[in-house]
Each structure stands twice: as C-alpha cells, then as structure tokens.
Design a protein. Structure first.
Length: 247
C-alpha cells in the first residue's frame, strides 16, 4: 500500500514538472525572445531554469519523495565560472544541481533536445553531446567566459556509489580549452531512484536520500604548466577527476 501511494505521489510530482516544462517551453521562452534584449536572454534563461528547478527540488522534499543532505552547502551554492564534474546516480541529478547552483548549464543528450516538451528549454543555454568537437569547445568556452558553470557527468551513464565507471575525457577537454578549474561533486542516493531502465513509479517505501559533497578544486592551469603535451595534460586531468569522484 505504501509503495502504491508513493508511486502515485511521484507520478503527480513529475506531472507538475511536465506541466511547468510545457509552460516554459511553449510560452515563456518563445515570448522572451520577443520582449527581452538578445544580450540579456542567457541571464533570463539561466535564472528561470535555476528558480524553477530549485522549486521542483524543494517540492519533492516537501512531498516526502526525497531528502537532500548537503555538506558545504554555501560553498556549493557559490561555485562560479567553473567546470563541475559529478557522479550520476539518478535521472534528476542535473535538476538538483542546477536548482542549487545559479548560472549553471550542462551537457545534455541530443535526444532530449529533440523532445518537443524540452526543445525550447534545451536550445537556450544547454550544450548537446552530439555537437562536433569544434562547436563543442566553442560553446562551452563562450558560456564559461560569460561566467556560467558547466556541469558534465564524466561517466556518461548513471551509476551507484559502489560502481566505478570509466571516465570520459570530455571534462578535461573543456577545461584545457577554456582554462577553467574543475570542481568535483559527489552525489549519491541511498537506494536506486530513477536509475537506468527504472520506471518513474518505482519510488520505494521511504524518501530517497540524496547526499551531496564538494571535493577539492582541481587546478587546471597548474596541470597545463607541468607539460607541453595536450594528450598528457588531458590524461592527467581525467585521472584527477577519477580520483576525486571515486576514491
């Protein structure tokens, strides 16, 4: 009975999320292009997504769907102009992180950018993972130069706390090109929630607990100064990310 009630509750919450996404996607953001100056649009998009996703995270907490334990909350909320790498236990990780950290975007899957409900949202300040290398580097550097944070999940897949997926070099590539430091964040759940191939309604019998912790910042310029070879630099930065997130 508890599982059934929680399943209905989770479906209701994501119904609210979907309704909000529709309003933003079909009404708010298209209207913003008409009434807001082009140079102010990115700030408007970012602030809107940040506030809406913060509200949704708090709504999930209020309804008892989840709990959120954050170590060094103020430090995390004040991250600015950095590349954020994070573990990836759940489908809503990016919602939690962008709701927590202002002026933040992320690398999104191309399939989501083609989703009619999310299309206008993801085509604002988000970067798709299907962009060619030159465009990928250009977009991420421009956003970082504007003062945004860029989130990337270096594993590329959702995983549990006791799993150690292979780390991809995308974050190192962004850091090397933009010459910005990397902030690793450890985000985990106490049981599977919105995991790979897990239906939304499988909510468990109790609130899922998300735990978030900030790791020491990775000094990218220091790594660049150690070697002339970009291949070695990317390899070393990737190893530092792996050690931060999975050790």
């Amino acid at each position: 009975m508890i599982k059934f009630f929680r399943s209905v509750l989770v479906l209701f919450c994501f119904g609210i999320f979907g309704a909000g996404a529709c309003i933003i996607n079909f009404l708010l953001f298209p209207s913003a292009k008409i009434f807001i100056k082009k140079e102010k649009l990115n700030d408007f998009y970012s602030e809107t997504i940040h506030k809406v996703w913060r509200f949704f995270t708090n709504f999930l907490i209020f309804t008892g769907v989840m709990k959120l334990n954050i170590k060094d909350r103020k430090e995390i909320e004040q991250i600015k102009n950095k590349i954020i790498v994070s573990t990836h236990p759940s489908f809503i990780d990016v919602v939690i992180l962008i709701g927590l950290i202002p002026r933040t975007t992320c690398i999104a899957k191309e399939a989501l950018a083609r989703n009619p409900i999310m299309k206008n949202i993801l085509n604002t300040i988000f970067i798709t993972n299907e962009a060619n290398l030159e465009e990928f580097q250009k977009q991420t550097k421009e956003l970082l130069d504007e003062g945004f944070n860029v989130i990337i999940f270096p594993s590329g897949i959702r995983h549990r706390k006791n799993e150690f997926p292979k780390i991809k070099k995308g974050a190192a590539l962004i850091a090397l090109n933009a010459k910005r430091n990397i902030v690793p964040l450890k985000l985990y759940t106490d049981f599977d929630f919105l995991f790979i191939h897990q239906p939304v309604w499988q909510a468990g019998e109790k609130p899922v607990v998300f735990s978030l912790e900030k790791c020491p910042e990775i000094n990218v310029l220091a790594e660049i100064q150690k070697h002339d070879s970009e291949i070695i630099i990317k390899k070393n930065i990737t190893k530092l990310i792996e050690n931060s997130l999975y050790n």
